[in-house]
Design a protein around this ligand. Structure first.
Ligand code: FCB
Length: 437
């Protein structure tokens, strides 16, 4: 029997949606991803091209977000535009981003600005990218320059989006540029990213009143079957993807891998928040479908009992990920070990069926509500994504947006989920899934 009861969120909760520069701006031709998309033998299914042309249409995008009822927006600024050559900063690019941030703020949106969302300037990649011993230093020229130029406008800053994806997908799985498959390099990159993060955090703080955090990609990993081998493989995956980062934020140490422990100066306990980007659970082990996860060598760390049967393998998104809303609660519990306030900086679904998007999001918001109710300090939720956009190697086929983009005309076409999500934001409450007809 439906009831009118809805689930309220804490006062001041941030309700936003997210995009990133390369995925929406277009013509990001000075970046390593642009190069990757057109390289001979590339594994990218499409080139980003003009993306959503948000370079010119950002004001329209922010108006759609604000007009729907959302009170925040997350987007990135593009390092490859800002520092087109080493040590040369573009005043024009900074002026542009002042307008991008200022327009969002004028519309009443709290801005959450990411300094690095997967893409690097070509010159940085050519010098060895994140595996170079000079990478953190290079980022430590960019971050303070951004702080100097934009600091008075910055409110929330995410330093490096999903550093585990940069490290693992780019340097262990070889799926993203630079397409390396080396355990040791992955560890080097992990350490360099954390060094760059810690320095950037302090540099941004020195020039702004912004709160600064690191948005982590955290999936809920489960063993593919009941075997000891699947459990070991799962724990290994979980360690690389989740524990390394959460432990490093807490202790300042990168440890537990098959390489010597490293300490990152100034990292421990210094962030203002930690971001959680949650989409799905992934079965791990020899029996897992899909391969890449299962192929990693297994090395035992600690065990955790996971109810394998709980994940919803019956429902999959356009990118093959399973629905597992309970996983959001699980990862919030795990990441709480970092001892920092949490923002859900990404969560969403690739689907052509917008009613499904509303159902998926309702189920995840219920889990988020439950996590807050059991005492977890979660301060905001950013839906991925505001717009249908360039989904990296998958190109334009997956549609994550609350708003469709006509690829021929660039016209923005709001989906019913935009108004639905805006109403959640205005009410600061979500109707329980059991009450949704
Ligand atoms: C995350 C990325 C984001 C988007 C979503 C679907 O890993 O941060 O850019 O591609 O996945």
């Amino acid at each position: 029997m439906p009831t009118e009861r809805s689930l309220p969120f804490p006062e001041g909760f941030l309700w936003g949606s997210a995009v990133s520069a390369h995925q929406t701006e277009g013509a990001n031709d000075n970046s390593d991803w642009w190069e990757h998309e057109s390289a001979p033998g590339t594994n990218a299914n499409a080139a980003s091209g003009i993306a959503c042309d948000s370079l010119h249409r950002f004001a329209e995008d922010w108006k759609l977000a604000a007009g729907s009822g959302q009170n925040a927006v997350r987007f990135s600024i593009e390092w490859a535009r800002i520092e087109p050559a080493p040590g040369e900063f573009s005043i024009e690019a900074f002026d542009h981003y002042r307008e991008v941030i200022g327009t969002a703020r004028d519309l009443g949106l709290t801005t959450s600005v990411t300094l690095h969302h997967f893409t690097n300037p070509r010159w940085f990649a050519a010098r060895g990218g994140w595996s170079s011993s000079e990478s953190a230093e290079a980022f430590s020229r960019y971050a303070p320059a951004a702080g100097d130029a934009l600091g008075d406008l910055l409110q929330i800053v995410n330093t490096i989006n999903e550093p585990s994806v940069v490290a693992i997908v780019g340097h262990l799985m070889g799926y993203f540029p630079p397409r390396i498959t080396e355990v040791e390099t992955t560890h080097t990159v992990t350490v360099n990213l954390l060094r760059a993060h810690a320095a950037a955090r302090d540099q941004i703080r020195a020039t702004s009143g912004a709160t600064v955090g690191l948005p982590l990609s955290v999936s809920d990993f489960v063993p593919a079957d009941g075997s000891a081998e699947a459990r070991r493989a799962r724990d290994y995956m979980h360690h690389w993807w989740v524990s390394v980062w959460v432990d490093a934020l807490r202790t300042g140490r990168v440890s537990g891998l098959e390489v010597p422990e490293e300490t990152i100066g100034g990292l421990a306990g210094g962030d203002d928040f930690v971001g959680i980007q949650y989409y799905s659970c992934f079965p791990v082990g020899a029996g897992a479908e899909g391969g890449a996860n299962a192929r990693l060598p297994a090395s035992a760390t600690q065990m955790r009992d996971v109810p394998v049967s709980a994940y919803r393998s019956d429902r999959r998104t356009q990118v093959g990920w399973t629905w597992y809303p309970e996983g959001l609660g699980n990862v919030i519990d795990e990441v709480s070990a970092a001892g920092l306030p949490i923002q859900v900086t990404e969560n969403g679904i690739a689907t052509a069926d917008d009613a499904e998007r509303i159902e998926f999001t309702t189920l995840h918001l219920e889990q988020l509500h439950a996590a807050i109710a059991r005492g977890r300090d979660v301060r905001g939720y950013f839906h991925w994504s505001l717009l249908d956009n360039f989904e990296w190697n998958e190109g334009y086929r997956p549609t994550f947006g609350l708003v469709a983009v006509d690829r021929a005309t660039m016209e923005r076409v709001p989906k019913p989920s935009l108004a639905w999500y805006g109403a959640v934001a205005r009410a600061n409450a979500v109707r329980r899934s059991a009450d949704v007809p």
